[in-house]
Design a protein around this ligand. Structure first.
Ligand SMILES: *Cc1c(COP(=O)(O)O)cnc(C)c1O
Length: 424
C-alpha cells in the first residue's frame, strides 16, 4: 500500500485521513509523512551501501528543501547530516540536535556572522564559493585559533538540462569556482592561516532527470582531484551535491541505484569520503498541500476552480512553471462526470495558477484537494504576500499527527508593522 493513497474512498497519508487534518487545522495546510521521508532517506543510504563496503559516505540532507525542525530532527535520528545554506538553517540544524561534525555549510554569499558561528561550532566543512570568502574564513579562523576544513565548490560548466532557474553549473551561473582556475585557488588556500583545503564540491542544479550531466560533472571533479593531489594537496572528501530529480508528472529521473553506480565508478576510485546533499529526493513526495475549493467560477469558455491555497503558499508553479498533480481527497467514482477546470489561487496575480485545463470530477465549494509532491521547496518558500498568514505544517506518523509550524494569526501578521511616531 502506498503511503499516500485512497482507503475507503478517502485520501490517507499513512493511517490518517487527510480530511481529519484539514478539519482540525483548517486549510491550506502542509502535511508530511515521516514514513515517506524515512523511506527516501533509506533508499539513498541503501543505494550507497550497495556500492561501498565501508560506510565512506555521509548523507547531508539539503535542508533548504524543507527545513522544519521536526523534519530535520526526524532525519537526524536516522543518522542524516545536514547541508545548510544560511545561519538560520544552521541554527535550525543545531536546535534539532544535529552534531556540528555532520553539518556542511554551502551557499554563495555567506556573511561574517554566519561564518563565525560555523567556525566556532567546528562544523564538518565549509564549501567556499569565491576568493573573498576564503579571506574572510581565514581571518575568522585565525581569530578563533581554529583550522577550518574547506572545499571549493567547483563550477564544471556542465548543462544540467533542468529549468533555467535551477541550473547552477554553467559558466554563466553565479555559483562555484571556474574549474580551470581552481588549482590556483587551492594553492593559495593552502598557504593561508586557518585554512585546510581538503575537499572538492560540486552541485550543478536541481530536479535533474538525466544521468549524463552528473557523469560529466563527476568526471571533471575526479580529474581535478587527481590534478590537485599531484600538486601536493591532501584531498580527502568529494561533495557530490544533490539534484537528483523526482516524478511530478511524467518525468523519468534516473534510479537512485544508477546514480550510486556513477559515484562508484567515478568518485569512489579516488578513495575519498563522499558527502551527498539530497534535498528534493528526500522531502518532495513526502508532502502534500491540502486546499479547499472556495468558488467555482464560470468564465468565457473556462471554468475556474478557485482554491484557498495560493502562490504564496506554494511558489513552484508560478516561479518555475512547475507541475503539481492535484487530486480530490474524496475518491472519484468510476462513472463520475469529468469537468475541465483551471485551478487558481486567491492572490492577485495571473501567475497564481496551479493547473490549466485539468480534468476533475465535478467539484463544489468546500471540496478538499491535495496538491501532491509538495514536500520540497513548498513551505520553505512560502511568504505573506497579499497579507496571507504562513501555512501551518503538520507531521504525520502512522496514527498520529501534530502541528509542526505554528498557526500564524492574521492579527499577529498585521501587528508586525510599525508606524513611525512622525506618522502617528
Ligand atoms: C539546493 C542544493 C542542494 C539540494 O538540491 P536538490 O535538488 O534538492 O537535491 C544540494 N546542494 C546545494 C549546494 C544546493 O544549493
Amino acid at each position: 500500500m502506498s503511503i499516500i493513497s485512497y482507503k475507503n474512498g478517502k485520501l490517507h497519508m499513512e493511517s490518517i485521513a487527510l480530511e481529519n487534518i484539514a478539519e482540525k487545522y483548517g486549510t491550506p495546510v502542509y502535511c508530511y509523512s515521516t514514513e515517506q521521508l524515512a523511506d527516501n532517506y533509506h533508499a539513498y543510504q541503501k543505494a550507497m551501501r550497495d556500492v561501498t563496503t565501508d560506510d565512506k559516505f555521509t548523507i547531508c540532507y539539503a535542508c533548504k528543501a524543507n527545513s522544519n525542525q521536526a523534519v530535520i530532527k526526524m532525519l537526524g535520528r536516522l543518522g542524516a547530516g545536514m547541508d545548510v545554506v544560511s545561519g538560520g538553517e544552521m541554527l535550525r540544524a543545531f536546535k534539532a540536535g544535529i552534531k556540528p561534525e555532520k553539518i556542511v555549510f554551502s551557499g554563495i554569499g555567506k556573511n561574517e556572522n554566519e561564518l563565525t558561528k560555523a567556525i566556532k561550532n567546528g562544523i564538518l566543512q565549509i564549501n567556499v564559493e569565491c576568493e573573498s570568502e576564503l579571506g574572510m574564513i581565514s581571518k575568522i579562523a585565525t581569530q578563533e585559533g581554529k583550522k577550518v576544513q574547506i572545499a571549493f565548490r567547483i563550477n564544471p560548466d556542465v548543462n544540467a538540462k533542468t529549468h533555467a532557474k535551477i541550473t547552477t553549473g554553467l559558466r554563466e551561473n553565479k555559483f562555484g569556482i571556474d574549474i580551470q582556475t581552481a588549482p590556483k585557488l587551492y594553492a593559495k588556500a593552502k598557504e593561508m592561516p586557518g585554512i585546510v583545503p581538503t575537499g572538492v564540491a560540486v552541485h550543478i542544479g536541481s530536479q535533474l532527470t538525466e544521468l549524463e550531466p552528473f557523469a560529466e560533472a563527476f568526471k571533471r571533479v575526479a580529474a581535478l582531484v587527481v590534478e590537485l593531489r599531484e600538486q601536493g594537496h591532501l584531498i580527502t572528501t568529494v561533495d557530490v551535491g544533490g539534484g537528483l530529480g523526482i516524478t511530478y508528472k511524467d518525468e523519468t529521473p534516473p534510479e537512485i541505484s544508477q546514480y550510486a553506480a556513477l559515484i562508484r565508478d567515478i568518485i569512489l576510485p579516488l578513495k575519498v569520503h563522499v558527502i551527498m546533499e539530497p534535498g528534493r529526493y528526500i522531502a518532495g513526495n513526502a508532502g502534500v498541500l491540502l486546499t479547499r475549493v472556495l468558488h467555482i467560477k464560470e468564465g468565457q469558455g473556462k471554468k475556474f476552480m478557485i482554491v484557498d491555497a495560493a502562490m504564496n503558499d506554494l511558489m513552484r508553479p508560478s516561479l518555475y512553471d512547475a507541475y503539481h498533480p492535484i487530486i480530490p481527497c474524496n475518491e472519484p467514482g468510476n462513472k463520475s462526470l469529468k469537468v475541465v477546470y483551471d485551478v487558481v489561487g486567491p492572490v492577485c496575480e495571473t501567475g497564481d495558477t496551479f493547473l490549466t485545463d485539468a480534468e476533475f470530477p465535478k467539484m463544489e465549494t468546500g471540496g478538499l484537494l491535495a496538491i501532491m509532491v509538495s514536500g520540497a521547496y513548498g513551505a520553505v518558500m512560502s511568504s505573506n504576500y497579499n497579507s496571507r498568514p504562513l501555512v501551518p505544517e503538520v507531521l504525520v506518523s502512522d496514527e498520529q499527527f501534530d502541528l509542526i509550524r505554528k498557526i500564524q494569526k492574521t492579527e499577529d501578521l498585521v501587528n508586525n508593522d510599525l508606524i513611525p511616531e512622525w506618522l502617528a
